[in-house]
Design a protein around this ligand. Sequence first.
Ligand SMILES: [Zn+2]
Length: 552
Amino acid sequence: MTEYKDGLAYLPLGGTGEIGMNFNLYRLRHEGEETWLAIDCGIGFSGNDTPEAEVLMADPTFIAERSERLCGLVITHAHEDHLGAIAHLWPYLRCPVYATPFAAAVLRRKLGEARLNNRVVLNVIMPASRFDVGPFDLQFVPVTHSVVEAQSIAIRTPYGMVVHTGDWKLDPNPLVGPLTALDTFKALGDEGVLAMVGDSTNCLREGPSQSESEVRIGLTELIAGLEGRIAVTCFASNVARVESIAKAALASGRQVMVVGRSLRNLESAARECGYLTDIPPFLTEYDARDVPDDNLLMIITGSQGESRSALSRIASDTHSTISLGEGDTVIYSSRVIPGNEQAVMTVQDNLTRRGVMVLTDKDGMVHVSGHATGGDISYLYGLVRPKYSVPTHGEWRHLTAHAALAREAGSDVVLLEDGDILNLAPGEVKVEDTAPTGRLALDGGRLLPMTGGVLAARRRMLFNGVVLASFAVDDEGYVIGEPRISAPGLLDREDPESERIREDFAYAIDEIPDELRYDDIAFRDAARTALRRALGRKLQKRPLVDVHLLRV
Ligand SMILES: [Zn+2]
């Protein structure tokens, strides 16, 4: 541990070297007071390497231990990887939350589902506002992104200013919401920026970003030429995209129906905040039951192959009301998030098997990224001119490519791992300490550490099965009746091997020395060893093993 000294530090607890789970902390030590500020608190989706978990988030233990010094959590925008963990982690943070009207509307629905609505103080901050959170002087800077009201944050402190970009891109015609506030970024640059902590997701792509307006033209042309039923899938939070799809549908004489809870939530949050005003209310499945195929377009969830989504169920023909087949079309107005490739391919394959035509961004201008290209990033560095650059929000190949662009623009680069505490000022900009980090998995309604016993057992059961034995003993520890064995995920009940193991186990517990039989724990441990031995080498597996001893 380094000793206490006044200054400013940055600590990513999640989101560095991975996509998702954005969770950033800033620490200000000034005039003897230490205060923390959190920016974003998102979830990530688990890939093939962790099949025992689906939704992941950063372990908040480090800041939970300091929560009385955490003055607030500020949300840059309403994407799941930036606000999706709040409803799960807020009880550890217990601080006020700050968000724009749209992000607040999305968050309020999530807090309501988690029954936290009355406990969380949610402050609505207008885009482009300047506001104080504890000793931090903050300014929202509007940026274009694939969700409305995305904001970068300028953080002014007595030790200098940090620009935390959040997710952003340059779009000369974003269709919904204002342009990226280039004048403001330039003014911040003139004022002097110590460090820029910036999004790296799409920096491997060269040149300027493509515009949402090109997608609207592409979708309109494409949909005009199609007959039969059309379903378009996209990220539910992308208001401009939903509007583009709806306008393309209306231009072709099709009414719009939305399918899936997240899209219905988006529609109500968007309309509540004054978006989608010139689009008629979307139809429900019930409203649309008499609309002819050629006059209907459905916007649907499931672009990432999520197994419970409407599109996955339609693809496997298990949806209760909607079916698609020969002559129908599904358009993916989205990209595949790394890790979801296999799930998306499976859904597309099932659709194709049913005769559905599947169109993606390879077949037409139906999607653009919401993240800054390398060209955009270089342009922003030219305006902000930060002394230091801290690439974040990306995998390592993205972070290093971002670093190269920053160096080219004249900034010194610091590459961090999650948990690194970076001293920004005063003195040398360097990692001064490391905070413990980890990931929590959402398992049903509970949060479980990825490295903890429960998920380790789950992994082992998944690959090696489980063997449970139970037996009853009397006061003196002599076995009553026959022991029972079950091995779900490993052996069928009728498998002769089950009987062989049961017999070997029964024999082995008879052999356990008398002195161990009075103590339940010692007896059970000995029986567990006996069970492992009875399993022998034949299975060539090391299943999870447990023994129940009943003293009767
Ligand atoms: Zn985003």
